[in-house]
Design a protein around this ligand. Structure first.
Ligand SMILES: NC(=O)c1ccc[n+]([C@@H]2O[C@H](COP(=O)([O-])OP(=O)(O)OC[C@H]3O[C@@H](n4cnc5c(N)ncnc54)[C@H](OP(=O)(O)O)[C@@H]3O)[C@@H](O)[C@H]2O)c1
Length: 279
């Protein structure tokens, strides 16, 4: 039984690939530009781009299962290629945004909704993983300022989120790929606890043994910071998410434990796992 893992260099995809390997599954990894330094020696790696459907038949040849990232641009080509390759089941890394925010008004919700809809309309069996906030966002948002200044700037320091460890999402995906009960299921996923952003920064400080200063910024400053590494529509969506989280605490789900049988990992544990990234 061959499983193709798209995004096998990604935060979640790399752990999906590692975990499948560790249980002895036959795995093919994809990347748009495979870098031998990134993938384990001996792994089956193929060049594929979900936005370029002509690259997909070779990637999917002989596969029964797929771990997929949401790429709306090429999803119809992916469905056609997967159906003709005889793929049976696709586990999609989607987003809780599809059920929390109207896809017609929010581009992040729309892109995941578009991909889910195409899979639902296909002959493929599917499982949707719909996470809220990834813990890895802390690397993106705060790593540089923690390393360089020992500080973070937060427009809504008391906004609470329930960050999810990437290994928990991967464990959920592997369970869905390797056990039969998950076809047609959509799992909304959160981390195990709601924490303010100030508390999250504190956990990172504890993990690296350093006091990190929290400076309160304006929404305009935060937008400008985000736009250094993200397109404006993504920056705007993140800022709106933070503002909403300041007004209303997140729902904490028990999905990880229910589906995988293992407790979801805390943000404090995530910070320890990534301490070197912040030093
Ligand atoms: N961050 C959050 O809080 C959050 C919340 C909910 C849902 N999500 C979902 O999770 C995704 C991010 O997951 P992550 O952190 O694991 O991602 P990541 O670390 O940024 O990795 C993305 C992976 O996707 C692959 N990729 C990008 N464009 C591709 C394309 N056109 N064709 C094939 N592969 C492509 C990349 O592989 P190569 O570069 O090697 O090709 C990379 O391995 C988001 O895009 C979103 O859909 C995120």
């Amino acid at each position: 039984m061959l499983t193709v893992v798209f995004g096998a260099s990604g935060n979640v995809g790399r752990h999906v690939a590692e975990t499948l390997n560790s249980v002895g599954a036959q795995v093919r990894l994809t990347s748009r530009n495979p870098d031998p330094a990134v993938f384990p020696a001996g792994a089956q790696v193929i060049t594929a781009d979900l936005d370029r459907p002509e690259t997909l038949p070779a990637a999917l040849d002989g596969a029964q299962k797929v771990f997929l990232y949401a790429r709306p641009e090429g999803i119809d080509g992916f469905v056609a290629a997967a159906e003709s390759a005889g793929v049976q089941h696709v586990v999609l890394l989607s987003s809780a945004a599809v059920v929390q925010i109207d896809p017609m008004t929010n581009p992040i919700s729309w892109m995941h909704h578009r991909v889910e809809s195409a899979l639902e309309a296909s002959t493929l069996a599917w499982t949707f993983i719909r996470p809220g906030m990834f813990a890895t966002n802390a690397l993106w948002w705060w790593r540089d300022s923690i390393r360089n200044e020992g500080a973070v700037r937060l427009p809504y320091p008391d906004a609470r989120t329930a960050p999810i460890h990437e290994k928990d999402m991967a464990a959920l995906a592997v369970t869905a790929l390797t056990e039969p009960a998950h076809h047609g299921r959509a799992y909304v996923v959160s981390g195990p606890e709601a924490l303010s952003m100030r508390q999250q920064v504190h956990h990172i400080g504890e993990a690296i043994g350093r006091d990190i200063t929290v400076e309160v910024s304006t929404a305009d400053q935060a937008r400008a910071d985000l736009e250094r590494t993200a397109p404006p529509f993504v920056a705007e969506a993140i800022l709106a998410g933070w503002k909403a989280a300041a007004d209303e605490p997140p729902q904490v789900s028990t999905t990880i434990e229910e589906v995988t049988g293992h407790r979801a990992q805390t943000f404090a544990q995530w910070a320890k796992d990534h301490a070197e990234d912040f030093r």
